[in-house]
Design a protein around this ligand. Structure first.
Ligand code: AMP
Ligand code: GLY
Length: 423
């Protein structure tokens, strides 16, 4: 098979690494990719929102499958554009990607189909939202309806902060048009777990669990980021939690999307909160998580191209997912100052140390080649992943491997997976 992966981050590097293990693979392309992906795929300088160019390239190279990884092109309908031109693509079409693209949609879906989630109301008028806040309990959670690079969520400790939040989202349009509508929802407490799944419109297959660390600083302090590290599996995702979610959340979500005339084919990422009242859905994403994919995919034994095909063809019921009986930890090496402002263009040294080591991966998130050298090119630069017999061993190995890499302004958290010790 000739395969084109669309995207340029650590997630896409992890997806390309899995695809490279498939016996079905003949040629791998990535648009636009990065310096790490370029070592295992042919990167083409086409942006993820350049739909016509992606389709032209796929047709010209007789690509058999396009894998659309990021949220923006999924929500904007890249899969539809490709399918209209007769090109096979993995990922939800626009109608199904709304599961992530509109929080108001996903909350209404959960309410209608009785899927456990936080209590909420949707608003398209800031005055009504402020009126509602007058009788609310605090803290409370405000969410811009649309995609906002994972940043459109505000947790407000009191009425004044919440009113300021409504103004930021709906009037100042801090998150652009994503804030034309908003969700106000109950604040939940508990452990967060990320569960990724494959869906073919009818059948859902659950991958192993993971947990993300979203805040920039040690001890979960500082600003929210795209994710500073992950570990898999999550010790908080017990058999009991799994059984509950299988009964009340996963299949119900797939069936709800079909019933709405939006059959979901692709990856559904369930952001769960394990509350005292049981697991509840925090959010849905319509794609692999990043950096979740960097700990989940290295542990998967299946041929990923067979799964992609089964999701498209509606034959996922014939596949059982298999994961290694081990653990993985990913520590993100970022540029100091991320997520606010940071410098780029510093040479990354030490990458060779990962060569030939099966248990270690260095996924590139923001890197490029400049004057023949690999240099930093983003806030999140690398995802250093290691596998071990258990989480403790994986964690020790991942942190040891972060020392192999050197670049100016290298920044990381030192407590990725620390929650493991409390489980
Ligand atoms: P989301 O983009 O919806 O996942 O929200 C980003 C983060 O905000 C989540 O990972 C949670 O840490 C937090 N969050 C979102 N909704 C809630 C909620 N209802 N209660 C508590 N925390 C929340
Ligand atoms: N790591 C969270 C996400 O991919 O949205």
């Amino acid at each position: 098979m000739k395969v084109l992966v669309v995207g340029s981050g650590g997630r896409e590097h992890a997806i390309c690494t899995s695809i490279r293990k498939s016996s079905k693979l003949e040629k791998l392309y990535c648009a636009p990719g990065n310096a790490g992906i370029a070592q295992i795929a042919e990167c083409v300088p086409i942006g993820v929102m350049e739909f016509d160019r992606i389709a032209e390239f796929a047709a010209e190279k007789a690509v058999n499958l396009v894998v659309v990884a990021p949220d923006d092109p999924l929500a904007a309908g890249l899969v539809d554009v490709l399918n209209e031109k007769g090109i096979r693509a993995f990922g939800p079409n626009k109608a199904a990607a709304i599961l992530e693209g509109s929080k108001a949609f996903s909350k209404d879906l959960m309410k209608k189909y009785n899927i456990p989630t936080a209590k909420y109301e949707n608003f398209d008028d800031p005055e009504k939202a402020i009126e509602y806040l007058k009788n609310s309990k605090f803290p409370i959670v405000l969410k811009a309806d649309g995609l906002a690079l994972g940043k459109g969520v505000l947790i407000c400790k009191d009425y004044e902060e919440a009113v300021a939040g409504v103004k930021e989202i709906m009037e100042d349009k801090k998150f652009g048009d994503s804030g034309n509508r908003m969700v106000i929802e109950e604040f939940m407490t508990g452990r967060e777990v990320s569960v990724l799944s494959f869906c073919d419109g009818k059948t859902i297959r659950i991958m192993t669990s993971a947990q993300d660390h979203k805040r920039a600083g040690d001890g979960d302090t500082g600003l929210n980021t795209g994710g500073m590290g992950t570990f898999s599996p999550s010790p908080f995702y017990t058999e009991e939690v799994d059984a509950f979610c299988k009964k009340e959340i996963y299949q119900k979500t797939v069936d709800a999307m079909s019933a709405e005339g939006r059959p979901f084919k692709g990856v559904i990422f369930f952001g769960l909160m394990i509350t005292a009242d049981g697991p509840k859905v925090l959010e849905y994403n319509a794609r692999f998580g990043d950096p979740e994919a960097q700990v989940v995919l290295p542990r998967m034994k299946n041929d990923i191209l067979e799964i992609f095909d089964a999701c498209i063809d509606g034959t996922l019921d014939r596949i059982e997912l298999e994961f290694e009986d081990n653990a993985a930890v990913c520590v993100v090496l970022a540029s100091d100052g991320y997520p606010v402002s940071y410098q780029k263009g510093f040479e990354i040294k030490g990458l060779d140390a990962f060569e030939g080591k099966d248990d270690y991966f260095c996924f590139h998130a923001g890197s490029k080649v400049s004057d023949g050298k690999i240099v930093t090119n983003g806030g999140r630069v690398l995802g250093v992943t290691a596998k071990g017999k258990d989480l403790k061993e994986a964690r020790a190995k991942a942190y040891a491997a972060t020392e192999w890499i050197d670049f100016d302004n290298k920044y990381m958290r030192h407590d990725i997976g620390k929650a493991i010790d409390e489980a």
